[in-house]
Design a binder for this molecule. Sequence first.
Ligand code: DGI
Ligand code: FE
Ligand code: FE
Length: 192
Amino acid sequence: MGSEQLKNGVAQRLPAGRFQHVLRVTETAMILADRFGEDKEKAETAALLHDVAKAMPKEELKRIVVSEGDPAGVLGFHHELWHGPAGAVIAHDEFGIRDADILAAVRFHTTGRSGMSRLEKIVFIADMIEPGRNFPGAEQLRAEAERSLEDALIACSAHSLQYLVSVRAAIHPDTLRCYNDSLSQGKGALNR
Ligand code: DGI
Ligand code: FE
Ligand code: FE
């Protein structure tokens, strides 16, 4: 499937505003791929598909996650965590994606995880820093991503964790593992 065909398929599954977010994430992911030596085409495909399941009804997402045995254990957490794993299934079954790294980048884009590949980091970070994101602190995250993928991961992961704690959201183990693992790879750890 070419990238135009992929774009059309994703556009059909998403409301216009969400599709625009996907296009901005894709552009950002391709810039990061260029900057940090990742395959641009893989970054494009993974970013185009990262939110492919975002508009599906909760019951449908749950059905897909249950059908594959919920390997990451997301069903006990907020339903926002279901569209990544479900999206990976859609990417495989409906879009014919067989590249394990692309499928992992879609699957883990919301929580992150320990031992993320370069492609997984790129999609995770691009999702947070795309130009439409204007939460306080977004500029700082963009600045980190100019220099180092590892330090950007620490900054994005820490920011997301702080936000989740501030709203008293339950933290998925992969969200926490992503943060802890990012500290061991970057220079931004405070060593406590
Ligand atoms: O799909 P997007 O809106 O583009 O972004 P996303 O998939 O990164 O995040 C969706 C939401 O999931 C966001 O509001 C933050 C939330 N989230 C991320 N990790 C966790 C989480 N929510 C809970 N409860 N626990 C987590 O560990
Ligand atoms: Fe998402
Ligand atoms: Fe997204």
